[in-house]
Structures are given as structure tokens and as C-alpha cells.
Design a protein around this ligand. Sequence first.
Ligand SMILES: [Zn+2]
Length: 283
Amino acid sequence: MSDLRPRNRTSRLVRRRRTIVVTSIVAVAVLVAVVAAVAIAVAAPGKKAPMPVPSASGSATTTPTATPTPSPTPTPTPTFNKSAQSLDDPNSYWVVVNKLRPLAPSDFAAADLVEVPVPYVNQPFLRQVASDAVVAMFAAFHAETGLSMQSQSAYRSYSTQVRVYQGWVDSLGQAGADLTSARPGYSEHQTGLAIDINALPDQGCALEVCWGNTPHAQWLHAQAWRFGFIVRYPGDKTPITGYESEPYHLRYVGVQLATELHNTGVTTLEEFFGLPAAPDYAK
Ligand SMILES: [Zn+2]
């Protein structure tokens, strides 16, 4: 019995040590489990947050890229098809005519020219869609400002442009004429998609740079895209278009393209379509 006591004492000590060791092991195991659980819980939602960042690189998996893409892009047409219409065919609403890109054939005349039912200085004709757009634009301008506009000059045939250009050559010389008016076969007015707009009644500055200061010009600059028109010759783009500022010259390109130009802030067809600048005629 006496022998047992110390044995019992030692075994109790051992048991206590074992208990302490086992308890501490269990405690550490529980701690590790808790830490792991917390780490997983924290990591799971944390992974969702940085997802949109790598999606910008495009190399992320398909699932995360699909979710964040629609929210940061407000543009309705992020993949605008620049090849949807011809830039060369004079019948195309996107035809680009400048000093390096004459109409082909040079005496082209659109088949759907109609008289534009708006007030005018010179009786205006345009292609049907452009005419409808002018009527809608003039009506919206009047409704929104209480002011009125009229057509100064719209479609000009090849033979008319011969006379117009010669008139400018007579008064300004050829160099001056080339800054103001197009040579026959090179005029946007021959496409039936371009119109020079004036105030009604005429308040001066018709067909001049100073017309840009009128409320009419400022409204057109900001709103014409809604009706498919662009101000074709901006004052800061003479080296690209080859023309000085013409705040009165509006070119119909269709609502889709005009909206894309408005949204992207690109102001010339040459820049938008990556065409060469056309400061002057080919020598
Ligand atoms: Zn014009």
C-alpha cells in the first residue's frame, strides 16, 4: 500500500501533466480552427471586392468580368461598328468628302432629293432623311428657345458649285476661295446631306465665323447630334478639314454616328474614321 501511494502520487502528477498537455493541445487546436474559420470568412467576401480591378486587364476569368463590365460603361454602343456604312459611296450617309476625297462620280446627284419644307433664303433641297431631320431640328429649336432658323443654302449640284466656286475665286483669288468654298466635285453640299443654316430673321453674320456667337449656333453646337447632324468644320480643326470655322454648316450623318461622335468627343469624320488630314487639294 505504502508503495502504491508514491506510485499513485506519481501517476496523479503524470495525469495532471497529461491533462494540462492535452488541454493545451485542444485549446491550441480550437484556436487554430477559430482563426482558420475567421480567415476563410474574411477572405471570401474580400475576394469579391478586388474582382473588378483585374477585370480591366481582360485576363480575368469569364465569370467576374461579365458582372462589372456593364456598370462602369454608360455608353449604349461600346462596340460601335465603324465599317457599318461606306465612307466612299456618295449614296452612303457616312460618305466622307474633303479636299483629298472628291465625290465619285464628280457630278453625282442623289436620287431622293426633296424640297425641305422650312423657311429659306435659297430654295432648299436635301435627301429625304436629311430633310426630315432638318424639319424636326428646326421645330425642336423653336420649342426649346422660342427663336427661329431658316435654310441659307442646302443641296448644290455640280454645275451650281462651278458657279459658286468661280464667284469666290473672282472675289478672293483661288487661295482665299479654297478656304471658304469647295471646288466642284469636292463639296459636301453636292451630297444632299449638308445645309448652311441662318437665323430667322437674318441678324447678320450669315455664312461668317461670327455666326458662331448667335444662340442659334450655340444650340446647334450642343444639340444637333440628337437629329443626326454634326457641325462639320469646327474652328480648331482647319488643318484636318481644310476649312475655316463654319458654325453654320451642318452635315447629316445619321443619329447613330452623330451620337457616337457626341459621346466620344471626336469632332471630325477624318479623326473618327482614321482618315488622312485634308488641309489642301492634292498637287
Ligand atoms: Zn456649307
